[in-house]
Design a protein around this ligand. Structure first.
Ligand code: ADP
Ligand code: ADP
Length: 228
């Protein structure tokens, strides 16, 4: 469960990135965050990941007020969330297998567990045959699949995707969205910030729209723009 209660974020005292935003996302939901450039989407995601702190307001994730977490509790928060970005952020000197395994090593998983889980998630994203390749040997779509595998390998309750199709052609974008949709159907909450109007309009999922830091829409089966 994700809950924003009257959350505002101001940068440098005068740049209002988010203004009094409140919403609640239940476990297992699929939510698009839309809005023009500068609307506050990335800020919302950074607040979720605790990469930024709200100026005012409360953010609750899985029943915990994350604005009040102790330093030693932050790794547990991060572990409950998997993240994918527009630019994939894979480690260039590690193979596909090693990139995914690394996410497990960070949280102290055993070699046995790594040898079991990594092939499982690579198969889930359709990359079993690329395990020994390096990221630069893969297409953009394949790199984003690796990044998805890495995001879910520790079984987070929430998957956060920040413009995950921003660098991909339309067909490849759809493949990635279908994978994200499958991950959601297996029970993971998905929060996806995107500019991809076609995808948002076809998926008919919940849409939270931001404009100049204000939440201007929250629709259950929403579209990218206002319904006519
Ligand atoms: P979006 O992701 O929707 O493009 P952002 O959350 O990146 O929007 O930005 C919202 C507003 O906050 C913009 O006016 C942007 O310039 C500003 N902003 C974002 N990050 C910073 C920062 N680190 N310092 C100052 N201003 C920022
Ligand atoms: P479902 O949620 O029903 O399993 P998907 O998640 O695969 O379906 O796709 C959601 C919606 O996106 C469906 O309405 C589907 O028709 C549409 N869609 C899937 N692939 C494409 C594509 N390549 N181009 C346009 N629309 C697509």
């Amino acid at each position: 469960m994700i809950k924003f209660i009257n959350v505002s974020k101001t940068y440098n005292k005068d740049i209002i990135a988010l203004s009094n935003v409140s919403f609640e996302i239940e476990n297992g939901e699929f939510v698009f965050i839309v809005g023009p450039s500068g609307a506050g989407k990335s800020t919302l995601i950074k607040l979720l990941l605790k990469e930024e702190e709200p100026t005012t307001g409360t953010i609750i994730i899985n029943k915990k007020d994350i604005t009040k977490l102790k330093r030693r509790e932050i790794p547990y928060l991060r572990r409950s969330m998997g993240v994918v970005f527009q630019d994939f952020r894979l480690l260039p000197n590690k193979t596909v297998f090693e990139n995914v395994a690394f996410a497990m090593e960070i949280v102290g998983a055993s070699h046995k567990e790594i040898r079991r889980r990594v092939p499982m998630v690579l198969s889930l994203v359709g990359l079993s045959d690329k395990a020994d390749n390096y990221p630069q040997q893969l297409s953009g779509g394949e790199q984003q699949r690796v990044s998805l595998a890495r995001a879910i390998v520790n079984e987070p309750s929430i998957l956060i995707a920040d413009e995950p199709t921003g660098n991909l052609d339309p067909d490849t974008s759809w493949e990635i969205v279908k994978l994200i949709s499958e991950i959601n159907k297996r029970g993971t909450t998905v929060v996806m910030a995107t500019h991809a109007k076609d995808i948002v309009d076809a998926m008919k999922k919940r849409v939270i729209a931001l404009e100049k830091g204000n939440m201007v829409r929250d629709e259950v089966r929403g579209a990218y723009d206002y319904a006519l």
